[in-house]
Design a protein around this ligand. Structure first.
Ligand code: SAH
Ligand code: SF4
Length: 345
């Protein structure tokens, strides 16, 4: 049986023609799938019974299952999700005043092996489909309403995996989330975070220019970055800088630079100077991320004094800096942690 979520609207129109159904049935079915978030074919009441039966014979409707749900004292909720083939991924719903953000996964595991990342420890299992990413958003949307009484406002691709290595599926999921006949969310509320996949950054400029881009830099010292993030060997900082510069020229977007502070690793004044230098070519906003400790890496978050000095140095040079405190520490919300902890060792 085919996966019902893999057909486009055009495919459905063709399918309806082939099955001697009027074309508007394609739109009705599509709305059930992508707007009304239907869970089974039998509940699609405006489709005639024989059509529903035909669909049930030909298509399966895989759902993602919540296998674990952990609420943090700070209000964020982490979901461990099981996919159709048994793979597990995570998403985290994070409330703040009047809005809520979901952090979603793009791959089961990740092939890039960053030294500080719990997801890296899982290795790479597979890419997620567009539907599997969309479904994480749909879950967060209904949970946000139930838990906090307000709509989901932002989506960040900062869960497990490297979204720009799964570009086509991410693009298709963004399409469904933003479509007028889908969730109709604004692309300016969506951020894709990358470890610095340069061809993907160039594609984002062309194919998703209204979606925000965040880059996990974590060190502007090329040698150290290559150590911490092996992807830095393939795309050197000069390549990354060129790609970001071209991205800014083409989109006009301000780029978010993510910089996670690890104690006595990347938090010296020399590191701050290198970061300042890296940020000179294009307008940026720097998110200083508090390192979330976990058993799969030896690092610690920067001591308060070191963090303050680092931030002051950037602000003195007029960079826009936000400090992102680690949310959900009590629920192992560092990406990849929950799945790692659940997995038999
Ligand atoms: N692969 C993409 C997106 C997923 S990782 C990327 O690397 O950008 C999302 C963010 O979480 C990245 O900035 C990553 O560096 C960061 N991260 C990884 N491990 C972390 C940890 N232990 N504590 C805090 N942030 C972490
Ligand atoms: Fe992959 Fe991002 Fe983790 Fe690096 S930080 S291993 S790119 S998920």
């Amino acid at each position: 049986m085919e996966n019902i979520y893999e057909l486009t609207l055009e495919d459905w129109k063709q399918w309806m023609r082939d099955h001697e159904q009027p074309a508007y049935r394609a739109t009705q079915l599509y709305e059930w799938l992508w707007k009304r978030d239907a869970k089974e074919i039998s509940g699609m009441q405006n489709l005639p019974l024989p059509l529903r039966e035909m669909l049930e014979r030909e298509f399966r409707m895989p759902q993602i299952k919540v296998v674990e749900r952990q609420e943090s004292a700070d209000g964020s909720v982490k979901y461990a999700l099981r996919l159709e083939d048994g793979q597990q991924v995570e998403s985290v719903l994070i409330p703040s005043r009047e809005r809520s953000t979901v952090c979603i996964s793009s791959q089961a595991g990740c092939p890039l092996g960053c030294r500080f990342c719990a997801t890296a420890h899982l290795g790479f299992k597979r890419h997620l489909t567009a539907y599997e990413m969309y479904a994480q958003v749909a879950l967060a949307r209904s949970e946000s309403m139930q838990l906090y009484g307000h709509a989901l406002s932002n989506i960040v691709w900062m869960g497990m995996g490297e979204p720009l290595l799964n570009f086509d599926a991410v693009k298709s999921a963004v399409g469904r989330v933003t479509a007028a006949d889908g969730m109709a969310m604004s692309p300016s509320r969506i951020t894709v975070s990358t470890s610095g996949i340069c061809p993907g950054i160039r594609r984002m400029a062309k194919e998703m220019p209204s979606v925000n881009l965040a880059v996990s830099l974590h060190s502007a010292d090329d040698l150290q970055r290559r150590e911490l993030m092996p992807v830095g060997k393939k795309y050197l900082l000069t390549d990354l800088s060129d790609a970001l510069s071209a991205y800014h020229e083409s989109t006009g977007n301000r780029i978010t630079i993510e910089y996670m502070l690890m104690d006595k690793v990347n938090d010296t004044m020399r590191h701050a100077e290198l970061l300042l230098k890296f940020c000179r070519r294009f307008p940026v906003k720097v998110n200083i991320i508090e390192y979330n400790p976990h058993p799969y890496a030896p690092y610690r978050p920067s001591a308060a004094g070191r963090e303050a000095a680092f931030v002051r140095m950037l602000e003195d040079k007029n960079l826009i800096v936000n400090i992102r405190r680690s949310k959900g520490r009590d629920i192992a919300a560092a990406c990849g942690q929950l799945v790692n902890l659940r997995r038999p060792q």
